[in-house]
Design a protein around this ligand. Structure first.
Ligand code: MN
Length: 684
């Protein structure tokens, strides 16, 4: 009984705290708005009256904590009310209509959007139960993200909900702790990061890290504590010097020092295989000033006090990160001989660095989706990923899995920043290539991508991009995707796009061929037969039009490579020979011996000769070799006929390992761009 009272007073206390927090951010709040919050609290308390959290506390503690977190970030009254009511539809007898009637449509919509749907029915087959549960959780995630496209506050409420659930996760069963924590590390924390909400991101990460790896977390905490005191004392001294120097120059500042959060230290140690002593940016100083101008003045003063480390200065004020983050970063060599990172920003930038997209409500920025989208590039990706799956069959487990994989794919890897020719910043996952970039800008740009300039130099489509690269895509109306692109592209989502393109094209071709055949034969005879054996001596060819379990070989006269237009010729007793359709040696008669064939895979490498005619000059040969090597092609043999007279015409022949016709074309196109080259072609 006494315990219950304690909890009850706890919830009253929490509600008071909620009202105080709201008033702090919004001193002019109206009586009407306060009443709306009170009413939401009363309904939530009434609705959850008989429910308890796993911790034994009354359920109302949870929505109160969620609402307080939202209020701390400065969100609007409707969002805070929705925070209080967020579990009402899911767990109690009240529905969306009721909330709409008693409160308003906006609150009802927000609450509905964070409410889970249930796919697991009572009579679900036992064998399918785990699959159904997994699908249910993905489907809920997808619906929540879909709703966020209309109103990003849905994600913000969900993140606050996750945060409080993670704070009390120890009461869950072990297998649930593992599943929920992993989901937080894989999905929710990265989403928070993409929206610039670094504070909630690091809180979520540390909680999930401790839940998943309690021993490692404890060990790391002890190691940090060992050096914490001396570290803090040291930072104090630096702060004192800096503060007085800035004051002398007339700059009022607030200087904070910080130690990285637990999980980011753990990741850094793991990634680079380092000990805690070897991580030099464990500590950092943050200088917060009033005006943007003061940021740059402070930077000048810092660089005269201590030597900056070359190459470490970053101006995210002039060029904000794609999640809206703004700040100046520099690393200086501190008097103890160890580097310290210093971040300089205004108060508003600091608020934005902590709460990201949520701070836009606090500062009453333009909140329409278009303006948010221009500041938070991830919103575009979110839209693409979720809308792509809107019309697909949602009851298919395969479809759910594919959606989840693509989402994870977009969220997991580190990001790099590259520039368009107009100096717009584009973010891509690390490992992305020129092709990923082209598709990211626009699907049409990707589909007609021919080559590219990376930092003003011609670069193959497969080039992996680095931070800070400037990329310009060169298109051609006739350019179209090639199967080899699947090897160059990093993003699974874009790969899927290319596969769909080929699937469609293939279907069209089959229909076309079928129609052609129908004109001369009975329609029922048309079948596609994939060669059953994958023996690498064999050719990756699909024979169309029946069962041909006979040997297949390439014609020596025209040596076709995948991508070439080809045709099969049924020889007498030697199986099928594959020719290029434009082969001059192709037998002209006995039409009934021809058979349609097509390329099946890209597993082989084919030796192909390439002939180059060029005006000779110094260094020409080396340039040719370099261009070929840059396309990651092996040269098997190379010969050159040097001209007799000076500056005459040189002929060079390279025997190359070619994977695909488009690969060959790419090499030929690159060779043609070399200064002096008159012609580059495939040698017959
Ligand atoms: Mn909840």
């Amino acid at each position: 009984m006494r315990l219950e009272n304690l909890f009850l007073s706890n919830s009253t206390h929490l509600f008071k705290q909620l009202l105080e927090t709201i008033k702090k951010h919004n001193p002019k709040i109206s009586e009407k708005e306060i009443n709306l919050i009170k009413k939401s609290y009363e309904l939530a308390e009434q609705a959850h009256k008989n429910q308890k959290r796993l911790s034994g506390e009354p359920y109302i503690i949870h929505p109160l904590n969620v609402a307080i977190y939202l209020a701390k970030m400065g969100l609007d009254i409707n969002t805070i009310a929705a925070g209080l009511l967020h579990d009402v539809i899911e767990d109690t007898i009240y529905n969306e209509e009721y909330i709409k009637k008693e409160f308003n449509e906006e609150i009802a919509k927000l609450v509905k959007s964070v409410t889970k749907i249930s796919l697991v029915k009572k009579d679900s087959y036992k064998e399918k139960l785990n699959e159904l549960k997994a699908q249910e959780s993905i489907e809920n995630l997808r619906l929540m993200l879909l709703a966020s496209i209309d109103d990003i506050r849905v994600i913000i409420i969900k993140l606050a909900d996750k945060l409080h659930n993670m704070q009390t996760i120890k009461y869950q069963k072990p297998h649930k702790i593992e599943r929920i924590s992993k989901e937080v590390l894989d999905i929710y924390a990265p989403i928070a990061g993409r929206l610039g909400m670094y504070r909630i991101k690091s809180e979520l990460e540390d909680l999930a890290f401790e839940a998943l790896y309690p021993k490692e977390a404890e060990k790391l905490r002890q190691e940090i504590n060992l050096s914490k005191d001396s570290l803090e004392n040291y930072l104090k001294k630096i702060k004192k010097i800096l503060y007085s120097k800035l004051k002398e120059a007339g700059i009022e500042s607030q200087i904070d020092s910080r130690i990285k959060h637990l999980y980011s230290i753990y990741q850094k140690m793991n990634k680079n295989n380092k000990t805690i002593q070897q991580i030099y940016d464990l500590r950092g100083i943050r200088v917060i000033v009033s005006e943007v101008n003061d940021c740059y003045s402070a930077l000048g003063i810092i660089h005269t006090l201590w030597k900056p480390l070359p190459g470490r200065f970053k101006d995210y004020i002039a060029l904000p990160k794609p999640n809206g983050y703004q700040s100046l970063h520099t690393t200086i060599m501190a008097p103890d001989g160890k580097p310290i990172e210093i971040q300089i920003r205004t108060f508003e930038m600091n608020e934005q660095a902590e709460n990201g997209i949520a701070s836009h409500w606090l500062y009453k920025h333009n909140l329409n989706y278009k303006s948010l989208k221009s500041k938070f590039q991830w919103l575009n990706i979110l839209k693409q990923i979720t809308l792509e799956y809107q019309n697909k069959n949602k009851n298919q487990w395969e479809v759910s899995k594919e959606f989840f994989m693509n989402l994870q794919d977009e969220l997991q890897s580190d990001e790099i920043y590259v520039f368009t020719p107009k100096a717009d910043i584009i973010t891509l996952p690390r490992g992305s290539t020129v092709l990923d970039f082209a598709f990211k800008i626009h699907t049409e740009l990707g589909f007609h991508c021919k080559s590219a300039l990376v930092n003003d130099k011609i670069a193959p489509l497969s080039t992996e991009l680095k931070n800070g690269d400037k990329v310009e895509i060169i298109t051609h109306p006739d350019a179209k995707p090639s199967p080899i692109w699947l090897k160059y592209i990093k993003s699974n989502r874009i790969k899927q796009k290319i596969r769909n393109y080929f699937r469609k094209k293939e279907e069209q071709e089959i229909i076309k061929e079928q129609k052609q055949k129908e004109e001369i034969t009975k329609p029922t005879e048309i079948k596609i037969k994939r060669k059953p054996s994958k023996n690498p001596q064999e050719v990756p060819i699909e024979v169309i039009g029946g069962n041909f379990d006979v040997p297949v070989r390439y014609a020596g006269c025209c040596s076709p490579v995948p991508g070439d237009k080809i045709i099969g010729y049924i020889t007498r007793g030697r199986g099928i020979t594959i020719h290029r359709t434009d082969c001059s040696q192709l037998p002209k008669i006995e039409d009934d011996r021809f058979i349609s064939v097509k390329w099946e895979g890209l597993t082989e490498i084919y030796p192909i000769s390439v002939e180059i005619t060029a005006k000779d000059r110094q260094g020409l040969y080396l340039d040719l070799v370099q261009v070929i090597t840059r396309t990651k092609t092996n040269i098997l043999k190379a010969t050159a006929e040097l001209p007799k007279e000076q500056n005459g015409t040189m002929k060079a022949t390279f025997l190359l390992e070619i994977e695909h016709l488009d690969h060959l074309n790419e090499i030929l196109e690159s060779l043609k761009l070399v200064n002096g080259v008159l012609e580059a072609k495939r040698k017959n």
